[in-house]
Write a protein that binds this ligand. Structure first.
Ligand code: FBP
Length: 559
């Protein structure tokens, strides 16, 4: 038997032809960009305008049918870079962009900067060739050109970007990233305009976290596939728990601050407890109150002879618990202020006790009360954008320790007599490089192709958008939304900065309200749903399924 390094599914998946929205299937001279009115940023308009004197207020662009003789005919050289965490569909963005550019002119070229923003700083890139690209179409991962989290922020870095774009004679740069990377793209577009450089900067909304969205960007790419993968795993665990009936499974799910992934997986699997960080924040709950809520369900189930269950914990939960958030904010400041001093400590314990000495008494007591390994995780380095790396904090273990303690107390008081055996899981990296679902394969291809159109029409300072996503791909609408329209001010590294804000779970949204209606039933019963693996082939009801979040938010889900 011949051994191949390609799976059967990869062979079949390579044949998949993404469906382009009808408007993008036309000859490029018959796609006309319609410009809307000047726009304003979502908040803090005056301050944002001061930062973005050259790119503020651009109109929204919508691609429509119509003759467009001004589309660029001259040969263009475009670069792309992938930034931040992986998300299923990245390779299809490259493929869509490549095909769009080639459709305009066979001589157009595309290069990929290697390893994310570092690639452009060091001028490390590879030319995207059709032959190699074909191997990556419809595949997961970012491995063709890799990714990185370097933040471009100093004037020297901006200058190197400018020089390297000049050296390679790049006409346009496409940045594929989340809120932070697209904020970077906005700043770069402004900088290049200020330097009178005629180069287009276009962004692509990527992140499995689902926290980059607005009226134009209905979802970020990767959320669909990642949540389908996590739902399969959580569904399997639900069935396992229901079969042996002896464990409480604590499942932490990725998603950084926002709980979108947890809510979506909650709908798809209906476990016994789903914690939503944003609700905990709104109710100003303390850690003990969160624990009390979990204990309450455990006891009720135990009284019915059910010493088992599944609880979903968003990885960003701790940031929503006010006292812990206060601690994190204080730690962030200490880590920046004493960065040099901290470097000199050899042991983590010395580092910890120095930091505790700089905290207020209240916060120092809290730090000491945390399990040692969790306290250590709190003082690990922040990411280049100043965020706590929540994926490294084992919140599920913290919760288990506190729940155990509380159950012991209740046992002593004779109020609980059940068993509490636990298993922990963290699902994050498992979902980020999955083979993109049909939705993500189509969506990313269209985002890339649409980015080519923005470039060929000379639009800089825009994010490529594809909307109307609850409809079949052919009916999707396309265009560009100005970066500055999405900006707000936020305190980062101790300074007020313009940023594209992370969109958290909206407690007034239809999806959250629906969750509230159902969760008590999920807590006390076994209403588990087993969604199974992503289906790439077969009936449309399973292959073209979109997220519950999109369905609720855009009114197509039956209540
Ligand atoms: P992006 O926002 O860059 O897309 O990253 C998403 C994410 O997967 C988060 O859910 C997670 O907290 C983080 O990346 C993990 O980062 P890293 O890959 O650096 O470990």
């Amino acid at each position: 038997m011949e051994i191949s390094n390609v799976s059967e599914i990869q062979i079949e998946r390579a044949k998949f032809k993404p469906i382009l929205p009808n408007i993008l299937r036309r000859r490029l001279v018959f796609i006309k960009p319609a410009k809307g009115k000047p726009t304003e940023s979502v908040a803090n308009q005056k301050k944002i305008q001061e930062f973005f004197r050259n790119t503020y207020g651009l109109p929204v662009v919508t691609f429509k049918k119509g003759l467009n003789l001004s589309i660029k005919k001259k040969v263009v050289k475009v670069a792309i870079l992938l930034s931040g965490g992986q998300a299923p569909g990245g390779h299809n963005v490259i493929a869509g962009l490549f095909d769009g550019l080639k459709k305009a002119n066979k001589k157009n070229t595309l290069i990929g900067y290697l390893g994310g923003p570092t690639g452009i700083l060091k001028n490390k890139y590879k030319e995207i060739s059709k032959k190699v690209l074909n191997k990556y179409r419809n595949t997961g991962g970012f491995d063709y050109i890799q990714t990185g989290r370097t933040k471009i922020e100093s004037s020297e870095q901006f200058c190197s970007v400018k020089n390297n774009l000049e050296i390679c004679k790049i006409d346009a740069l496409v940045i594929v990233g989340g809120d932070d990377s697209n904020t970077n793209a906005a700043v770069l577009a402004e900088y290049l305009k200020q330097e009178s450089m005629d180069k287009c900067i276009v962004g692509i909304p990527k992140t499995i976290d689902g926290d980059l969205k607005n009226q134009f960007v209905e979802t970020s790419f990767g959320f669909d596939t990642a949540t389908k993968i996590y739902s399969e795993l959580v569904g399997n665990i639900c069935r396992d728990a229901n079969s042996s009936r002896k464990y409480w499974h604590f499942v932490r799910l990725m998603g950084r601050s926002a709980s979108h992934i947890t809510l979506e997986v909650g709908f798809k699997t209906q476990p016994n407890i789903v914690l939503i960080g944003e609700e905990i924040l709104a109710k100003n709950m303390t850690l003990s109150e969160v624990v009390e809520g979990i204990v309450d369900v455990i006891i009720k189930r135990s009284r019915n002879g059910k010493n088992f269950g599944i609880i979903l914990v968003p990885e960003g939960l701790i940031e929503f618990i006010s006292e812990i958030n206060e601690l994190i904010v204080a730690l962030n400041d200490i880590l920046v202020e004493y960065a040099d001093v901290l470097l000199k400590f050899c042991s983590i314990e010395d580092r910890k006790s120095f930091i505790c000495g700089k905290l207020t008494q209240k916060l120092s007591n809290l730090m000491v009360s945390l399990p040692a390994e969790i306290a250590t995780q709190f003082i690990l380095d922040r990411d280049p954008h100043g965020n706590v790396i929540v994926s490294l904090i084992e919140t599920e273990k913290l919760l288990i320790k506190m729940v155990q303690k509380r159950l012991m107390e209740l046992k002593k008081e004779g109020k609980y007599s059940g068993k509490f055996a636990t298993i922990t899981h963290f699902f994050g990296y498992e979902g980020r490089c999955g083979i993109p679902s049909n939705f993500d394969a189509n969506y990313t291809y269209a985002l890339g192709y649409n980015a080519a159109l923005l470039i060929l029409n000379g639009f800089s300072g825009y994010m490529s958008y594809i909307k109307n996503l609850v409809q079949p791909p052919k009916q999707w609408e396309c265009g560009g939304v100005p970066f500055t329209m999405m900006l707000d001010m936020e305190k980062r590294d101790g300074k007020e900065k313009p940023v594209i804000k992370k969109v958290l779970v909206d407690l007034n949204s239809k999806s959250f309200k629906e969750f509230i209606k159902r969760r008590d039933n999920w807590a006390n019963n076994e209403m588990y749903i087993f969604s199974g693996p992503i289906q790439y082939f077969g009936p449309k009801t399973v292959t073209e399924m979109i997220t519950k979040t999109l369905q609720y938010e855009h009114n197509t889900q039956k209540q």
